[in-house]
Design a binder for this molecule. Structure first.
Ligand SMILES: [Zn+2]
Ligand SMILES: [Zn+2]
Ligand SMILES: [Zn+2]
Length: 267
């Protein structure tokens, strides 16, 4: 049987919690006409060699992102955490449930599932409502899982008063919304990791987010060939800041497609 692997990863959203432009802001980046400065809330879509589609995070821009990327089915949804910018598109999963007449498999921390159950209580109660609600099947994540044939290691990362799940696939690492990567996690992440996508919300230090320089340093520690910074605020002007980045590190932008070579596992 063919081994499952990642064919491509699409950055559906590269923005911080407010998105860019941010409401009411008239800074140069928020006023920029460069489409690479238009950032929906952070999310990625993984497509496997068997054409399985795995969404990581389902934020408030999910509907627009699904339409932009032509998503007509999802085989799994993974949640890093349940902050609004990562989970408040939950209701829009209902359209896919309706189309395929089957609940969507959601992989999530057990506490985060409780959180979604209370926040979207109507979807989990029998209220007699005849309309569509998102129907999901929760699978609680611990240290590792096999999702659509892909082995994924799950790491716990500090994010202010919250904890975020960081996902490590064979050639692809996705860590968003973390302040730092604890030593015990650094010790078990298998390196070199070909493609590393890390949040870097601000250029300046932030109490609950890794900064640009901190995430760049992590790309080096993970020995990435392709390091991508995401969850970006209006601190970043795509064109100007991209020029200043070292070889092998790039700013994410909405719609960026990262291809993985099927034979070698990398590209
Ligand atoms: Zn976030
Ligand atoms: Zn701005
Ligand atoms: Zn967060």
């Amino acid at each position: 049987m063919m081994k499952s692997s990642i064919k491509s990863v699409i950055i559906l959203g590269s923005g911080t919690s407010t998105g860019v432009p941010s409401i009411g802001c008239s800074c140069l980046v928020c006023k920029s006409t460069n489409l690479k400065d238009k950032r929906l809330r952070s999310s990625v879509l993984i497509i496997t060699n068997e054409d399985k589609k795995i969404l990581i995070d389902c934020g408030p821009d999910f509907r627009a992102q699904a339409l932009n990327a032509g998503i007509d089915k999802l085989d799994a949804v993974l949640f890093t955490h349940t902050h609004a910018d990562h989970a408040h598109g939950f209701d829009d999963l209902r359209q896919l449930v309706f189309r395929h007449k089957t609940p969507i498999d959601c992989y999530i921390d057990e506490e985060d599932a409780k959180d979604l159950r209370s926040r979207f209580a109507y979807a989990f109660q029998d209220t007699g409502y005849q309309g569509m609600t998102p129907k999901v099947e929760f699978h609680y994540l611990e240290k590792s899982a096999n999702i659509c044939g892909l082995n994924v290691k799950v790491h716990r990362l500090p994010h202010g008063s919250a904890t975020t799940l960081g996902f490590e696939f064979e050639e692809f690492l996705y860590f968003t919304d973390f302040k730092h990567v604890p030593q015990d996690v650094m010790e078990v992440v298998k390196t070199p990791k070909h493609t590393v996508v890390l949040s870097a919300a601000r250029k300046i230090l932030h109490h609950s987010h890794s900064s640009m320089s901190e995430s760049m340093e992590l790309c080096t520690k993970f020995q990435s060939t392709r390091g991508i910074l995401t969850h970006l605020s209006h601190d970043y002007d795509h064109e100007t800041d991209s020029k200043a980045l070292p070889e092998g590190i790039k700013l994410a932008y909405d719609g960026l497609r990262l291809d993985f070579n099927q034979r070698t596992g990398v590209s």
